[in-house]
Write a protein that binds this ligand. Structure first.
Ligand SMILES: [Zn+2]
Length: 153
């Protein structure tokens, strides 16, 4: 079991997630530094965001699983002209990450050092806002990559 790195953010989230009865375990786990999503017990497919029905085989026999917290940066952008909710946070970066378990997600990218080349290894972390957690990714540096199965160092 991996515990995600965590950072305190001294403000509420600009656009907090809608938390349903179904997704509450995801947010509770994230608050504790655990990276989870739903996996289908019938066909083993993972889904993200978490889903109560498998999008591959339509089975409702799904369970919570820990999954890859590392991946590869597919693309990213730096946002200067943001929606009003996020205006105070500009400039900020968002990335598209291919996690090692095969799913592609979009999230905030922190520690944005210019330039960031697509293909860099990244890992998920938790931004602990005053009102709740949010996931984000950070670019890994050579010293972070010891033992990374996708990189030889
Ligand atoms: Zn399935």
């Amino acid at each position: 079991m991996t515990t995600l790195a965590q950072r305190s953010v001294d403000r509420d989230q600009a656009y907090p997630p809608r938390i349903s009865e179904f997704t509450r375990p995801f947010w509770q786990a994230l608050r504790d530094g655990r990276w989870t999503t739903t996996g289908c017990k019938k066909c083993q497919t993972l889904a993200f965001p978490p889903k109560s029905v498998c999008p591959h085989c339509w089975s409702t026999d799904v369970e919570w699983r820990e999954w890859s917290h590392r991946g590869t940066l597919y693309s990213w952008t730096r946002i200067h002209a943001a929606p009003s909710s996020f205006a105070e946070e500009t400039p900020y970066c968002v990335g598209i990450v291919d996690l090692d378990d095969g799913l592609r997600i979009a999230c905030r990218l922190v520690d944005d050092h210019q330039p960031i080349e697509p293909g860099r290894r990244v890992e998920m972390l938790v931004l602990q806002h005053r009102d709740g957690p949010m996931f984000a990714a950070r670019v890994l540096h050579p010293q972070d990559l010891q033992g990374d199965k996708h990189v030889s160092v």
